[in-house]
Design a protein around this ligand. Structure first.
Ligand code: FES
Ligand SMILES: [Fe+2]
Length: 453
């Protein structure tokens, strides 16, 4: 539970708000490169942190992100002509370059010098790791681009998609951190009801586990522990990049640890994955949910990419979108909930992991009232994430810069991890083992980069 004041600080990200200022210290995923494919292509509307902007690629290929409204009488520059290294307003022809400078002002006498006094707000926009990133903070604090694992691999080894979501970023982010919901929201009825066949399967896996745990694949371990221990103990550990959130499940003298990563300010990486999500505020009532697939052994196949887009493969995908990245399952159609499917097949009656997440996060309302919630033992990661964001925003108000924004290396190699360890191995030892995985991932991404050069 948060106070009304804390909830306001956590969720409001417009200019001048404490959280808005904190988020403006980080690079923000803004667009897919395909949205600005070639020089002088059509400009794109961008709304981030409650600011209306226009992105364009000029004749020289340079990227620009500037105030959406013309300095003259505020016509929207989305309608502008992108020509000869600038965007020209359709109303009276004023023209701006990628830095927001007015480079032509045909309606004023040239000798007036008026043109040189006109400038629009502009922000850096850079391509990196399959995304166009925006930085909306003070120029003197501009950091390095974050070395998130999926940005460090050759393009064939990653997959990036985004969807528009009708709720505040914080409640979507909380869904990404919360491990406990997967045993309900994303399950079939057979799993939920622990039917005979599922218990038989778990029994067989348990026998194999007791004989030789190495023979079990990661998904088998996951199934086994999640079937037999439905109430995980959740713990969180502060790191340079954010938090490691551990869910611990028990079987005999062994613990199964699933480490979900939270990376400041709005990234999550589920267990067993170097991919993850970003939850980027559009404004206080809408966000972009980015999904990053990443694998280190081989490039994705065309079928896998299509499957991820359509949500027909397992994983954190499953939210098909239209040409404007608006989900086909959405609030206006109740996420296409099918009560017959809910009675007979899966827990929700909604198809697709991403659609199920979205339904749970959006149905709370645009900004959930955290003064009315009652948190349980599985919400530790969420509580710690809020504390970290609120403390970081407060520190910045007092002049202390967020260290993670300026430590791109801290993000390198971070990924979700799952481990089986005997019950006498401590959380700290498991955290060290997870960090060893990061080192291996970092080395592997370096090898991949070298071999693709
Ligand atoms: S409103 Fe843009 S040139 Fe007049
Ligand atoms: Fe989920």
């Amino acid at each position: 539970m948060l106070s009304a004041e804390e909830n306001e600080i956590l969720t409001r990200t417009g200019p001048g708000t404490p959280m808005g200022e904190l988020l403006r210290r980080f690079w923000l995923p803004a667009l897919l490169p395909d949205e600005l494919p070639v020089s002088d292509c059509a400009p794109v509307r961008v709304r981030l942190l409650a600011e209306d902007l226009v992105a364009f690629r000029d004749s020289a290929g340079s990227l620009g992100l500037i105030d959406a409204y013309c300095a003259h009488r505020r016509a929207h520059l989305f309608f502008g002509r992108n020509e000869e290294c600038g965007i020209r307003c359709i109303y009276h022809g004023w023209k701006y370059d990628v830095d927001g400078n007015c480079v032509d002002l045909p309606t004023e006498p040239p000798e007036s010098g008026f043109k040189d006094k006109v400038k629009l707000t502009s922000y850096p926009l850079r391509e990196h790791g399959g995304i166009l990133w925006a930085y909306m903070g003070p120029k003197k604090y501009i950091p390095q681009l974050p070395k998130l694992t999926f940005t460090q691999v050759p393009s064939g080894y990653r997959f990036v998609m985004k969807r528009f979501q009708e709720c505040n970023y914080a409640q979507a982010l909380e869904g990404g951190i919360d491990s406990a919901h997967t045993s309900y929201l994303h399950t079939t009825l057979d799993f939920y009801r622990r039917t005979e066949s599922y218990l038989e399967k778990a029994k067989a896996l348990r026998a194999r586990f007791e004989k030789d745990p190495q023979t079990l694949k990661p998904e088998d371990l996951d199934f086994l522990f999640r079937t037999l221990d439905k109430a995980p103990r959740v713990m969180a550990k502060n790191t340079d990049y954010g938090l490691m959130v551990a869910a611990q499940r028990n079987l005999g003298d062994q613990y199964y640890w699933r480490f979900n990563q939270y990376l400041l300010p709005f990234y999550t990486m589920p267990p067993r994955s170097p991919g993850g999500h970003a939850f980027v505020p559009i404004d206080d009532e809408h966000c972009w949910v980015w999904t990053f697939g990443c694998q280190l052994d081989r490039p994705y196949t065309v079928d896998e990419i299509l499957g991820m887009k359509r949500g027909t493969v397992s994983g954190p995908f499953g939210a098909e979108v239209d040409d404007n990245y608006y989900p086909l399952h959405n609030k206006s159609n109740d996420f296409l909930i099918d009560r017959a499917v809910q009675r007979t097949y899966n827990f929700t009656g909604i198809v697709g992991t991403g659609n199920q997440d979205m339904a749970a996060q959006v149905c709370m309302g645009p900004v959930t009232d955290r003064t009315k919630e009652q948190l349980g033992v599985t919400d530790v990661g969420i509580i710690e994430m809020r504390r970290l964001l609120l403390n970081s925003a407060n520190d910045l108000c007092e002049g202390k810069e967020p260290a993670a924004a300026h430590n791109a290396d801290a993000f390198s190699g971070v990924q979700g991890v799952s481990l089986v360890r005997s019950c006498d191995v401590s959380l700290d030892e498991c955290v060290n083992d997870a960090i060893d995985h990061f080192d291996k991932t970092r080395k592997r991404t370096q090898e991949l980069t070298k071999s693709s050069d």
